[in-house]
Design a protein around this ligand. Structure first.
Ligand code: HEC
Ligand code: HEC
Ligand code: HEC
Ligand code: HEC
Ligand code: HEC
Ligand code: HEC
Ligand code: HEC
Ligand code: HEC
Length: 412
């Protein structure tokens, strides 16, 4: 066993030596870390940065031994910004940078056990973002954060890795944002992946990948017109506006009379909704230009318009369901902690009532899939995981409301 390990180490050292000028003059950090964390040293030597940087370039020199580990600096966005100001500036003007702020803005977040927020395995597993030096000084900020190293994983920090759609997969998948599943089984995704299988170079692949549409020309600012919640505040379509107002009351962004609440400020800070027509339009036009690299403008406008109309249909059903639950609260059949007849949907699943759980599924699961599927050209998600389930759930909510009223009357 010992011999095998030793020869493995020799091969490993040989591997590092070849073509690596740093190794010719090993840094004290690497000397010791080759024993402590050999994987990290090896990964770092895959990075282009190992040609000019050392461990200390990002972690400082203050920590020098096992006894002063707490002196090692963990990088913030500014660490990378020093040498990559363009990418950092773009990144900080986009949505990823606001991931932690948007998370903290949700009332549900404060109801979750700490391990689910700070660790890398609950909400914090995807939302530990926006780690500037200042943010990291706040006591409730996670010690280990993600930002640049999300897509350029440490310590290889590779551009090629970040260009593949799998770089987005760990976060943009699953229950409420299955963009990975939707894209990878759409025509776009299938064509992209087939070209890759056939060994075509990245710019020779016909289908668009996540980065083609969301990081055009390598722009690190990610932001869409509708966003996660599918909300914009100004609305010219009168009917749609009336449903939107109901939804906003259930997000408690508006009070029952339709006046803005304090929560609007929080929504603004996290850019959770587009607040002006121009803001929405600018993002949409950027996307249209991207589609037009491969499709004609009439085709693109038609496709995106249909997707908007699918969201409109989803909102029609969703608003109906919300008003049914609100009427039960008004009648006192559902006991509310405050006098607000609208449920608080931004508490997500934190409600003891089955009917409100159904409403939560309509919001986070089925409505999301309807419109996200539409924008990612996936007819199965839009129809069977989305719209069909909204219809089914609305029937269940109606039936349950009737039962609850019945039971309430029997008690009297
Ligand atoms: C004599 C050995 C030694 C030297 C020299 C050394 N380290 Fe370390 N380092 C350690 C040990 C031991 C740990 C803790 C490992 C553990 O807990 O598993 C550590 C941990 C770290 C951590 C993680 C800190 C954290 O809070 O998670 C970083 C980053 C780090 N070292 C960077 C460096 C850099 C940069 C240098 C050179 C300036 C350096 N190390 C030099 C032994 C060393
Ligand atoms: C280009 C900047 C950069 C360089 C150079 C760099 N690191 Fe890191 N390192 C990072 C980032 C980013 C993280 C992740 C920080 C976080 O999770 O908050 C990290 C985390 C770490 C950790 C703690 C996390 C873990 O997985 O254990 C250790 C240990 C570490 N680095 C050691 C090293 C060593 C040893 C070297 C040199 C071989 C090195 N680093 C070079 C940026 C760098
Ligand atoms: C001291 C300056 C410096 C710092 C700090 C720094 N970089 Fe770099 N980075 C470089 C240099 C130099 C290159 C190589 C440029 C080249 O050869 O094209 C590079 C290249 C890169 C590349 C492209 C790699 C490739 O495969 O083409 C990425 C990605 C990258 N850095 C990410 C980061 C991240 C993330 C951080 C912070 C954790 C960081 N850098 C911190 C100097 C730095
Ligand atoms: C698997 C990774 C992952 C986990 C776990 C996760 N999220 Fe998210 N979250 C995302 C992604 C990705 C988005 C953006 C999705 C989109 O726009 O479609 C997002 C969006 C959000 C938004 C909307 C932000 C906005 O500005 O529009 C909020 C709020 C949010 N998440 C809260 C939470 C809470 C609370 C939890 C834990 C109960 C959680 N998330 C768990 C990945 C995750
Ligand atoms: C959401 C994924 C993602 C995140 C997060 C991300 N990058 Fe990138 N990065 C990419 C992609 C994709 C490319 C390739 C862009 C292109 O096609 O030119 C890239 C390219 C780069 C390059 C190489 C530029 C060049 O053309 O040589 C650098 C340097 C870089 N990123 C630094 C950063 C820094 C610094 C951060 C954090 C502020 C960061 N990245 C965060 C995805 C990301
Ligand atoms: C570490 C997890 C993670 C990775 C990896 C990741 N994202 Fe995200 N992404 C998020 C979270 C969390 C949000 C929501 C941020 C917020 O609330 O401000 C988000 C938001 C977005 C948005 C904005 C949606 C809106 O509200 O307008 C886009 C677009 C996006 N991501 C695209 C990508 C792409 C493309 C990649 C891969 C190149 C990627 N993301 C990689 C976690 C991630
Ligand atoms: C063909 C272009 C295209 C590709 C490829 C693409 N998207 Fe999108 N994406 C869109 C459009 C269009 C929207 C909606 C934009 C709007 O609101 O106007 C969108 C919206 C989003 C959003 C916001 C919420 C939503 O789903 O509506 C996120 C997050 C996102 N995309 C992530 C991804 C990820 C991750 C991938 C790869 C797995 C990906 N996208 C692939 C075009 C694309
Ligand atoms: C990099 C080139 C490229 C970009 C950018 C692109 N597409 Fe496509 N798209 C294709 C290719 C190639 C096909 C497959 C052609 C076919 O189905 O015959 C396709 C097919 C489609 C289809 C038909 C899907 C099906 O199931 O048959 C729709 C709808 C579509 N694209 C809409 C869009 C929209 C909307 C955008 C922008 C958000 C966009 N595309 C961006 C290359 C692209």
């Amino acid at each position: 066993m010992g011999r095998v390990k030793l020869s493995g180490l020799l091969v490993f050292i040989f591997f590092l030596t070849s073509g690596s000028p740093i190794w010719a003059k090993p840094s004290s950090c690497e000397d010791c870390h080759l024993k402590v964390t050999p994987g990290i040293v090896k990964d770092f030597h895959r990075s282009k940065m190992s040609e000019t940087l050392t461990c200390a370039s990002c972690h400082g020199r203050e920590h020098q031994s096992a006894n002063d580990v707490d002196k090692a600096k963990l990088p913030s966005i500014e660490t990378c910004q020093r040498c990559h100001p363009k990418q950092a500036k773009q990144y900080m003007s986009g949505k990823h940078f606001l991931g932690w702020i948007a998370l903290k803005a949700m009332p549900t977040t404060h109801l979750q056990p700490e391990a689910f927020i700070k660790g890398r395995k609950g909400c914090g597993g995807c939302h530990s973002l926006g780690a500037t030096a200042e943010a990291k000084r706040q006591p409730d900020y996670p010690k280990y954060a993600m930002d640049c190293q999300n897509c350029h994983t440490r310590h290889a920090f590779s551009k090629a890795e970040a260009q593949e759609p799998e770089a987005c997969m760990t976060c943009h998948m699953g229950f409420d944002h299955p963009q990975w599943e939707m894209w990878s089984s759409s025509k776009h995704g299938v064509i992209y992946r087939l070209d890759r299988l056939m060994g075509r170079a990245i710019d020779e692949r016909r289908g668009p990948r996540c980065q083609t549409c969301h990081m055009p020309d390598g722009d690190h600012r990610v932001m869409t017109a509708w966003g996660f919640l599918g909300l914009r505040l100004p609305e010219k379509d009168k009917e749609w506006l009336s449903w939107r107002l109901t939804i906003l009351k259930a997000f408690r962004v508006l009070d029952p009379q339709g006046k803005p609440t304090d929560r609007l400020e929080v929504i603004k800070a996290g850019k959770v909704a587009r607040l002006t027509e121009e803001e929405w339009q600018a993002e949409r036009e950027k996307m249209v230009r991207t589609c037009q690299r491969c499709h004609n403008s009439a085709f693109v406008k038609e496709q995106l318009h249909q997707a908007d109309m699918m969201l409109r249909e989803a909102d029609r059903l969703f608003a109906q369901a919300i008003e049914i639950v609100a009427s039960l609260r008004k009648e006192g059949i559902i006991k509310s902690e405050d006098n607000n007849p609208y449920p608080d949907l931004l508490r997500f699943y934190e409600t003891p009532y089955k009917i409100e759980q159904l409403l939560y599924m309509m919001f986070m699961d089925y409505r999301m899939k309807t419109f996200q599927g539409a924008f990612h050209m996936n007819p199965d998600y839009t129809t069977w995981y989305g719209y069909a389930k909204m219809k089914k759930t609305l029937v269940e909510i109606k039936e349950l409301a009737q039962k609850m009223r019945h039971q309430a009357q029997e008690k009297i």
